[in-house]
Every structure is written in C-alpha cells, then in structure tokens.
Design a protein around this ligand. Structure first.
Ligand code: ADP
Ligand code: MG
Length: 352
C-alpha cells in the first residue's frame, strides 16, 4: 500500500494527468509530473515537475528516485522509459499493457485471443499489400498506422479501391492495419478499474459520439441498443484486465454492431469518455485510478444522477466558457492550454 503523503509519479503532462493530479491531491498525495512539453496542463496542479524528454535516462532515474509509485497518462510514451522507471518503483499499470496498446495490430490480436471481435482487418506493410487486403475486405475501409495514432490522427478513409494510393501516401507509407468500415448504431466504451488485489469496479457504459474521429459527447445511460451489448463488452474488459493483471483504469472502445459489440481499441489509462464520472459517479475514474495505483480499496462507480452528459470543448469552443457558466447546472472544466487549435481538447462540460 502506498499511503497518503507519498509521491505519485505521472509520465505525461496533459489534461488526463491534470485530472489525475487533482484527484491524488484531494486524497493527500503529492504528484510529480514527467513530460517534455513546454506547456503542461498537469504541471500547473502538481507538486513537482520534471520537464525532460522520455529518452533522457538521467532525468528518468532522478524522477524514479523522487517518487514512490508511477503511472502514465499518455499512451505513446517510449516503453523503454516506462521500463526504466519500473526497475526502481512500481509502475501501474505495467509496461506490458502499454506495449500492447501502442500497436493496433498487436492490440487487436491480443483482444481477439480473449474472445473479442474486432472489425475484419489485415496488417499491411506496402501499397501492394493494401490493395490485396482491399479485395478481401472491400470498401469503404479505414487505414490506420499501427503506432502513434490518436484523436483520429494517423488514419485515412478509403472510399473506393481507387483511393488506396492516396491513403497509403497520406499516412507516410508506414506499417499499418486496414480494417472494414463498420456500419454501427452507436459507439460506446467500457471503463473498468482493477485493484492490486484483483477487485474490479465498472462504470455504467457511456454512449459516445465522435466528430471527425474525435470524441464530442458521452452520455449515460446509453441507448437500449448499446445497453443490450454492454454485458458482453464488460465481460471482455474484465478478461483483458485479468489477463494483464492490470492495476488502474482500463478503457475499451466498441462499435455497437448488428451482431454484438465490435472491439475498436483499448487505452491503458483513464479516458475522455469517462470525464463525466467526476460529477456523475460517486467516485471518479481519476480517483479510482489513483486508489488502484496506490493499492487502496476502489470506490463506488454508482451514478449520482439518472442522466449524465459530457461535451468536449474542442478548439474555439473553449471561448464559450462564459455562456456555459450562465447555465447553473453546467460543470465547466478547462485544461489551461494557451494555444487553441482546431479539434484540440481544451476542456469539457458535464451536466447531471
Ligand atoms: P483513435 O486512436 O484516433 O481514437 P479510433 O480507431 O478509435 O482511433 O478511431 C477514431 C474514430 O473513427 C472511432 O471512434 C470511430 O468513430 C471512427 N472509426 C474508426 N475505425 C472505424 C471503422 N472501422 N468503422 C467505422 N468507424 C471507424
Ligand atoms: Mg479511439
């Protein structure tokens, strides 16, 4: 058990780290952020910050020496950096979960091995392989880089076979997976917290809507169509968490298909589709992640209201903060980012 008063190291300094740090502070922990960016939403609310590159081994060692336990809030951290920290202090979840989630191909195969059903897919390493895969999968299809994709980046839609060369070039000719574009009624996610002793706590399944590959809104309860699929999806999430001996919050994204949940991807961390839990659940995903990382008992995931809705403030939408506050029921969260870019996650609003 890592008792309150101890220092939790977080690799990554974005809004997820910020909300984790706030939850940790409210339980009496100190947080030390390690990230390379000049502007760190998490650094603004942390006790300590190391601003260094993930390849800076001396900085990583000094960070590890200054903390009691570590976690990460960003998926595309070099696994070598996480392993280096893990040699000195416990890192939860472990590097194995990160390694799997960093590669879409490995991730799909891993989850399929546990009974998950991904969209039909092929690994492709050349344009010729892509064209061959499209003859099997058909179009429309989605080409996705195996590594480093997020918020719809590293993806190209292939509307017809004639589109393949453009899509291949657009992603830079790197190792990729191509998958069938699924016709679905809805998207949803499963957020599961797993403690050091294997206990689990699962949130009500949010229904998620995306715009241009970026999460726009999450809502609980989900529609009946999603609710029918949530039991199977939650069972899969439990199996994934158990297989990885996972500690912390794990997220799985799904398409609600005609024949049951289609696994899209997983994130070995707290997730944007769980931001509503700050006000909408008895204990938030952030607090439960911190509890798990510190070996504490998990808290209740029960809803605090019959309906909870979260909307992201993307790009220029952040300027609406004053109008949002005019609504007494709106819970405004801003991440303190100074540069507004189209599609950038600047904040979110939750309504109970
Ligand atoms: P990211 O890592 O950017 O979140 P995702 O694979 O989750 O990447 O894709 C982002 C969004 O794009 C999904 O939430 C979904 O709306 C859409 N999308 C991705 N793959 C497919 C697919 N095979 N069929 C239909 N829509 C898809
Ligand atoms: Mg996604």
């Amino acid at each position: 058990m890592i008792p309150p008063g101890a220092t939790i190291g977080i690799l990554g300094g974005g809004q997820l780290g910020r909300m984790l740090a706030l939850a940790a502070a409210s339980m009496g922990y100190r947080v030390h952020i390690f990230a390379p960016e000049a502007e760190l939403p998490a650094g603004d609310v942390a006790a300590q910050v190391t601003r260094a590159d993930y390849a800076d081994t001396a900085a990583l060692d000094a960070f590890a020496a200054a903390i009691d336990v570590a976690t990460f809030e960003f998926e595309n951290i070099d696994v070598a950096a996480v392993r280096r920290v893990a040699a000195r202090v416990p890192v939860r979840p472990g590097p194995a979960a990160l390694e799997i989630a960093q590669d879409r191909l490995v991730e799909k195969a891993f989850v399929a091995g546990l009974g998950g059903v991904p969209a039909p897919y092929h690994a492709v390493a050349s344009l010729a392989e892509l064209d061959a895969a499209l003859t099997v999968l058909g179009t429309p299809a989605r080409l996705k880089t195996r590594r480093m994709g997020y918020d719809g980046k590293g993806q190209a839609r292939i509307a017809s076979p004639a589109d393949s060369a453009r899509a291949w070039a657009e992603l830079g000719g790197v190792a990729a997976v191509v998958e069938a574009e699924m016709a679905f009624d809805a998207e949803f996610s499963v957020l599961i917290a797993r403690g050091e002793n294997g206990e689990t706590a699962v949130y009500d399944v949010p229904e998620n809507s995306h715009v241009a590959g970026i999460l726009d809104c999450s809502r609980v309860p989900a529609s009946a169509a999603v609710a029918r699929q949530s039991t199977a999806a939650v069972a899969l999430a439990r199996a994934v968490a158990a297989e990885l001996d996972y500690v912390g919050v794990l997220t799985l994204e799904f398409f609600g298909g005609a024949d049951g949940p289609v696994f899209n991807e997983m994130a070995p961390r707290v997730h944007n589709s769980g931001h509503w839990t700050i006000e909408g659940a008895r204990v938030s995903q952030f607090e439960n992640h911190i509890r798990a990382v510190c070996g504490l008992p998990l808290g209740s995931t029960m809803l605090t209201a019959p309906v909870v809705q979260m909307r992201n403030l993307l790009g220029e939408a952040v300027h609406d903060w004053a109008a949002i506050l005019a609504d007494r029921e709106a819970h405004l969260h801003l991440y303190g980012k100074s540069e507004v870019k189209p599609g950038r996650k600047m904040g979110h609003v939750t309504w109970l």
